[in-house]
Design a protein around this ligand. Structure first.
Ligand code: AMP
Length: 148
C-alpha cells in the first residue's frame, strides 16, 4: 500500500467523523504523514422561506447569523483539534464536497479520509459529499464505515 505523506481529514462532527479521525491518526502514525483537519460550513445565500423573499423581509441567514455560525463551527473544530492534538486545522465556508476537493488539490494531499456517510442521508448508502469527492478528488479517498 502507498505510504501517504499528507492526509486531509474532513469532518462534519458526526459519529462517523470520530471513527474517520481515529483512523487518520492511526494511518498518520504508521506512515509519519502530516494531518490537515477541515470542516466546511455551508451557509445558505438565499432566504429559506419563499414568503420571506416575496415579502422582502430580511433573510433568515443574514450576515450576523452567518458570522455566528462560522464562529460556533470554528470553536467546535478547535475543540476537536485540541482533543486529538491536531495542529493544522481550518474551518472553511462553502459547499463541502467542492471545498474538500479544492483544498486537497491546492495543498497537495495524497489521501482524503472521510466518513462513508455523515449527518445526512441513509445509513446504507454512501453520502452525497463522499460520493462527489470520490468522483472529483485529485488523490486517493478512504471512506470509513461506521459498522465496518
Ligand atoms: P454526507 O455525504 O453528508 O453523508 O457526509 C459524508 C462524509 O463527508 C462525512 O462523514 C464527513 O467526513 C464529510 N462531510 C460531510 N459534510 C461535511 C462538512 N460540512 N465539512 C467537512 N466534511 C464533511
Amino acid at each position: 500500500m502507498a505510504v501517504y505523506q499528507h492526509i486531509l481529514i474532513a469532518i462534519d462532527f458526526s459519529e462517523n467523523s470520530v471513527k474517520a479521525l481515529k483512523k487518520t491518526l492511526q494511518l498518520a502514525a504508521e506512515s509519519h504523514a502530516r494531518i490537515e483537519l477541515i470542516h466546511v460550513v455551508d451557509i445558505p445565500i438565499y432566504p429559506v422561506l419563499e414568503d420571506v423573499a416575496v415579502l422582502g423581509l430580511p433573510g433568515i441567514w443574514d450576515d450576523e447569523q452567518a458570522k455566528s455560525l462560522m464562529t460556533l463551527s470554528e470553536e467546535k473544530l478547535k475543540k476537536w483539534a485540541d482533543k486529538y492534538q491536531i495542529e493544522n486545522y481550518k474551518t472553511i465556508e462553502g459547499v463541502p464536497s467542492s471545498e474538500i476537493t479544492a483544498i486537497a488539490t491546492v495543498n497537495k494531499a495524497d489521501l482524503i479520509v472521510m466518513g462513508f456517510h455523515g449527518l445526512s442521508g441513509f445509513r446504507r448508502l454512501i453520502g452525497s459529499t463522499t460520493h462527489s469527492v470520490i468522483n472529483n478528488a485529485p488523490c486517493d479517498v478512504l471512506a470509513i464505515k461506521l459498522d465496518g
